[in-house]
Design a protein around this ligand. Sequence first.
Ligand code: 0A1
Ligand code: ZN
Length: 864
Amino acid sequence: MLDIQTATAIPHVTRREDYTPPDWQVPEIALDFSLDAAATLVRATLHVVRDSAHDRPLVLDGGGQTPLSVKVDGVAVNDWRIENDALVVPLSGTDHVVETEVEIAPDRNTQLMGLYASGGNLCTQCEAEGFRRITFFPDRPDVLSIYKVRMTADKKRYPVLLANGDPVAQGDAPDGRHWAEWHDPYPKPCYLFALVAGDLVANTTTFTTRSGREVSLGIWVRAADLPKTAHALAALQTSMTWDEQVYGREYDLDVFNIVAVDDFNFGAMENKGLNIFNSRYILADADTATDYDFDAIAAVVAHEYFHNWSGNRVTCRDWFQLSLKEGFTVFRDQGFSADQGSAAVKRIEDVRGLRAAQFPEDAGPLAHPIRPDEYQEISNFYTATIYNKGAEVIRMIATILGPERFRAGSDLYFDRFDGTAATCEDFVASMEEASGEDLSQFRLWYSQAGTPRLTATLRQDAGGSRATLTLSQRVPVTPGQPVKQPMVLPIKLKLFGADTATTLAPERLVLLDGPSEQLVFDGVTERPILSINRGFSAPVVVETDRSADDLAFLSAHDDDPFARYEAMQQLMLDTLVQAAATGQADHKAVIAAVAHTLDDAALDPAFVAEAVLLPSDNFIGDQMALVDPEAIFRAREALRRDLGKALDVRWRAAYASTQADAFVYSPAAKGLRRLKTVALGYIAASGACDAAALAFKQFEAADNMTDRQGALGVLVAGDSAERVAALDIFYNRYSDNALVLDKWFQTQALSPRDDTLEQVQTLSRHRDFTLANPNRARALISAFAVNQRAFNAASGEGYRFVADQLIALDKLNPQTAAKLLPPLGRWRRFAEERATRMRAELERIVATPGLSKDMFEQASKSLG
Ligand code: 0A1
Ligand code: ZN
C-alpha cells in the first residue's frame, strides 16, 4: 500500500542546470477584476506567441483554481486540462488570444500570497510565485508582458483603486460600484504585478527627474496614519535623487505609489510603480517609532525604489538569479544609508547583521551559495545569504574595481540588459568588460557556500627591519559541497608601530587568491601591529594571534573605524569565550579599553555606543566548538556587571552628557540617544540601587520611542516594581497601535530574565497575540528564538514551544512559518541533550500531517 505520508513527502526539486527558455511568450495581457473580498472574478486575456519551433501545448501555472471558462481566439474551448494545478491548453498555431475566467476568495487567503485582504482592503503579493494564485499564467520571471488592468469594485468600501503603471481612465458603474484602468508601458514579469483596492488616503508630492519628468508620488495609508508618512515620503525623494547622482538612474513613469498594509510576509515589495509595504516600514513618528525604525524605513523605501532599475528594468531570468537583483539592491541601499549619516556606524551595523543572520546560515544545514543550484520552495531562498552575503559580493567587486570602474560596469549592465531577464553571469561579465579586470576566479563567490576563514600571522624578523605576514584561507565544507576551491579575498590591511602608534605600512588591498601567501614589509623598525580586513573588505572570519594588548592598542588608535570597533569586539570575544569555556575571567583589559573609548572626546557618540556593546550571546556561541548557553550567559553578565561597576562614574557622565532637549531625528541626535540607553544599561548591570528609578524616569520623561523603549528594555531585564508599572503603562498607552504592541511583545521575549520562557508562553495566550499577523508572530517567536539562553532551556521546553507555534502557523501561512524554522536546525552546535531534544521537535514537525512544502524543505534539510 502506498504510504500517504511518504508520497506527500517526495519533494519536487527545481534545478538551475535544467533551465530552458519559455515555450510561449505573452507579450500582452489584459486583466479585468470584479473585486470582492469573498468572491473576486478575474478575467485574463493573454496574447500568446509560440517561442520556437515546438509542438508543446500552452501551460499556464495555477494555484488550485478551476477555470470558469477558457476561450481561444474568442471561441470557448473544452479540450483544456488541469495538471499539477496548471492549465494545459492545446494550441494549433503560433499566435493566439487565450482568455480565462476564475473566481478567487481574497478573504480566505491566509497565506498572504496572491490577492488577499488586509485591514478591510484588498492587496496583492506576487513574488515569487503568487501571481498564479490570481490567474492562470506562465509564472516565471523570464516571461515579460505589457499589462492593462481594469478593476471594478464597491465605491464605498474601496474608493481607491491602484495598479501598476499610469492611471488611464476611471468612472462609475451600476450598483454603487466604480472602475479604474491602469496601463503599464514597461514589459514586466508577473511577479511585479500589483493592485490595491481600499479606503485609503495619500500623502502626495511631486518629484522632477533630472531630465524634467514630473512624477506624482503618493504614500497611501488609512486616514488615521496619514501623520506618520512624512518620513517615508522624504526618504523616497532622497532616494530618487541619490540614484540619479550615484548610479545615473532615473524614474520612468509619471506616478510612483506606495501602499502600507498591516499583514505582509516580508518587508516590502517593489511592484512596478506600486510598491506595497509592510506598514512597519512606512509609519513613523517620534512617539511610536525608534531611531532604528526611522533608519529601517528609509533603507527599505530606498531598497524598493532602487529595484526599479535593479530588478524591474533589468529582471532575473530565473529564481536562481535572485541575488542578481537582491544582492545588488541591498548593496545600493546600504550605500544610500551610509551617505545619509555615519558611514562607519552603518558599516558596523551591517556587519553585525551579517554575522547574526548570515554567518550561522552559512555554517548550518541550510547553507547555500548566493546563486543556489536547487530548491524545493523558492520562498525559502529569500535568505540572508541571497540578500546580505549577495551584497557583500557586490561590495567586493566594487572594492576590487574602484568606484569609477564599478560605475562603468553598472552602466554597461543596465544599458545592455534593460528590458530583459538577466543572470548573475551577465552582471559579472559586464563588470569584467567595463573594467578589464579578470573575475574568473572571483565567480566562485557565486557557486561556493560557506564563510571562508582567513588566518593571518605577522612576524617581525629577529633583529631585522622586516616583517612577514602569512595569510592563508580555508573554505569550510557545506551540505552538498565537500570540496572547495580557494576564493579571491580582497583584504585591506595596514601596519602600525606598537611604540609610536604611527603607520609602518600604509593601507593596501591584497587579493589573496591561493591557499596561502606571504607578504614582506621592509622598514619595520618597531614591533608591528596588524590591522586587517579593514572596513570588513571581505565577508570572512579572520583568525589572528594578536594579543589582548595589540587589540587594545587598535581599539584606541586604528584610523579605520570598522577595524577599531572590530579590535574591541575581538578583545571582548576572547575574554568571553575563555570565561565561558573555563569559568575563569580577567576583565581588566576589556575594562581599560572601554574606559579609553569612553574618554576619547573626539569619537562620535554613535560609534562609542557600538564599540562598548558586548557581543551577543549568540555570537559568542558561534565562536565555540559547542554552545553552552548558560555558561555564555553567566560570562557575559559577569563582564557587564564588572564594566558597569568599574566604570560607574563614566557611565553616569555619559548618561548626563547625552540628555537632549526636544526630539530631533538627525545623525548626531540619534548617536546621543543610542549612547544614553547603552550607558543606562551598564548602570543597571552594575546593580546600582538607583538604576530602576533612573530607567523609569527616562521611560516616563521620554518624548520619543527610542528613549522609551530603551528604558523599557532595561527595566524588563530586571526585577523591580517599575518593571511591572512600565509594561502596563506601555501596553495601555499603545494598545490600539499594532506596531508598538509588537515592541511590547518583542521586548519581553528578548529579556535575559530567568522566567522569560514562561513569560513568552503566557504571552502566546495573550488576547493581542495572533499568528495570523506575521509581524506579531515574529515579534514573539523570532525574538524568543534569538534569546539564546531562554530558547535553549535545558528542559527542551523552548524548542517545544517554538515547534508548537510553527506547526500552528504552517496551517495559516507556510511561508512565514518556514522562515522561523532555522533556529531549530542548529542542533549540531549543541551537546547531546539539547541536540536530541531539538531533533525530536524537527522530527515532530516533519511528521505533521498536511505539512506545507515550505516547512518540509526547511525541517527535513535541518535534520539532514
Ligand atoms: N523583493 C522583495 C522581497 C519580497 C519577497 C517575497 C515577498 O512575498 C511574500 C515579499 C517581498 C524585496 O526584496 O524587498
Ligand atoms: Zn529586494
